[in-house]
Design a protein around this ligand. Structure first.
Ligand code: NAD
Length: 489
């Protein structure tokens, strides 16, 4: 049995609190590891070590700081297959999905290797006679990130590379449900040779989060998780005077126009709605068909849902794994039950599915609900499972009104062959990540991950230039050096 420890000051350390949490394989239900549940004292130790390390790390030239990231990038490439298997084992997604998420994580390491350019300031000479003005970026100090279960290989890398390349010391608190991937990532961080205290790992649940939020030595908090927790974390972090960027949950609508190619749209939409068992914050969860697309899309997506091979992600030919816990399965099934009571029509019912050889798995099969109205709870609740709801609109205008009539704003997509429809949608959609003929509009590492509304609390998002700005404070220097003072030389 693997015992996952903290990584503090370049030492693998047991948490001071003896409390341990079990980690499960969601496909088999077996306990595969235990993880420390850290408390105030563990967090205080990490912050103290990070504060001491910060003095030298911020003075380390940025060109030297990024050398550790180049090493980390090479180590991640070498160990990609091994890490992907760990992701599948503890998170449930297929091996191809695990490889894909790690690739997106590595891209962030690559982008942060450009930090000598990315963190440059700007200057003006002679803002008045003999006076120059410069803006420089300086790191904040000790910063922390709190991450969710669904992308254990990628989401920590939305933050870690930018934080350390800009000169901060970074503490990660991963999801207690998937700590094995992070433990492996930290083995590679150890091999990359970062100085002690620059990158640290503190495992645990909400008590660990609260300790990070309340510690005065933590200057900034990055969070990714559900909206309810994102709100709490944002409020507590900012009330304690910290910078915060908190990414929350989602309910992503997709419009299918009558001029869309139904075969391609179905293939892309099935992957968006059922890939990663619907446990992506950019999963399509409501499809709004316009005009004649209603019948053709309903038929083809129902066929794609019912024929998707479900099973253990390490087995060949599997296109969808289990959901993360038995509680998640129960919650998803009860939301479908509620939809049924409210009158939605079950085109494909994924409740009660079983996979041969894995009786202990958290199986929910792809589900398609039709005749969903804006009032029904399945239309607005984040289900976070492989469930696609179908709605219908008579026109693009009506469909856009349905898309914009929701609390979240993580992603909205449109499938069409009309440039005019695409432009109108791009212009009017009330979401921060927009896709045109794309099912998962995930920004590349050099663009911000731009959730809006109840999907994001803060100002600067994760990734790219936003990451650089979040982890640095700007200092403006105004200098007077009149020409006549140089006459003495
Ligand atoms: P979660 O909110 O349960 O947990 C996220 C993190 O917060 C974990 O590290 C957890 O330990 C901690 N936490 C949980 N409850 C807490 C509490 N009461 N106080 C303080 N900390 C707490 O989320 P999850 O189930 O791990 O992940 C799924 C959610 O994350 C979904 O809602 C999904 O949409 C969202 N998500 C959003 C994005 C995005 O970019 N917007 C990306 C991935 C996932």
């Amino acid at each position: 049995m693997t015992e996952i420890r903290n990584y503090i000051g370049n030492q693998w350390a047991e948490a001071i609190s003896a409390h341990q949490v079990d980690v499960y394989n969601p496909a088999s239900g077996e306990v595969i590891a235990t993880v420390a549940s850290s408390g105030d004292k563990d967090v205080a130790r990490a912050v103290d070590v990070g504060t001491t390390a910060f003095r030298e790390w911020r003075e380390t030239p940025v060109t030297d700081r990024i050398q550790y990231l180049f090493k980390l990038k090479m180590l991640l490439e070498e160990h990609l297959e091994e890490i992907a298997k760990i992701i599948t084992t503890e998170c449930g997604k297929t091996l191809a999905e695990s490889r894909g998420e790690l690739r997106r994580g590595i891209e962030n390491v690559e982008v942060a290797c450009g930090m000598p350019t990315l963190m440059q300031g700007y200057s003006n000479e002679d803002i008045a006679s003999g006076i120059d003005e410069h803006m420089i970026r300086q790191p904040l100090g000790v910063v922390a990130a709190i991450t969710p279960f669904n992308f254990p290989g990628m989401i920590p890398l939305w933050f870690l590379p930018y934080a350390v390349a800009t000169g901060n010391c970074f503490i990660l608190k991963p999801s207690e449900r998937v700590p094995m991937t992070t433990a492996k990532l930290f083995c590679l961080i150890e091999q990359a040779g970062f100085p002690a205290g620059v990158v640290q790992l503190v495992n645990g649940g909400h008590e660990t989060v609260n300790a990070l939020l309340d510690h005065p030595g933590v200057r900034a908090i990055s969070f990714v998780g559900s909206t309810a927790v994102a709100k709490l974390v944002y409020q507590r972090a900012t009330a304690n005077g910290k910078r915060a960027q908190c990414q929350g949950g989602a309910k992503n609508p997709v419009i299918v126009m009558p001029d869309a190619d139904i075969e391609t749209t179905t293939r892309i939409m099935a992957d968006s709605a059922f890939g990663c068992a619907g446990q992506r914050c950019l999963a399509a969860s409501v499809a709004v068909t316009v005009g004649d697309a209603q019948r053709s899309f309903a038929e083809s997506i129902a066929e794609a849902a019912s024929s998707r091979p479900v099973g253990y992600g390490l087995d060949d030919g599997v296109a969808m794994g289990p959901v993360i816990t038995p509680e998640s399965r129960g919650r998803i099934e009860s939301i479908i039950d509620q939809g049924e009571k409210e009158g939605v029509q079950l085109l494909v019912d994924g409740r009660g599915g079983a996979v041969s050889g894995y009786p202990g798995g958290n199986w929910v099969f792809p589900t398609v609900l039709d005749k969903v109205t804006p009032q029904s709870s399945v239309a607005s609740t984040e289900i976070f499972g492989p469930v696609l709801s179908l709605m219908h609109a008579a026109s693009l205008d009506e469909a856009i009104r349905l898309v914009n009539d929701r609390a979240y704003g993580n992603m909205a997509c449109l499938f069409t062959s009309s440039g005019a429809a695409a432009r109108k949608f791009r212009y009017e959609a009330d979401a921060g990540n927009v896709g045109i003929n794309i099912g998962v509009a995930a920004p590349m590492a050099f663009f911000p991950f731009s959730g809006w509304n109840e999907s994001f609390f803060g100002d600067l998002h994760a990734q790219g230039r936003h990451g650089v700005e979040f982890y640095t404070q700007t200092k403006v220097v105004v200098e007077r050096w009149p020409r006549e003072w140089s006459r003495t030389f």
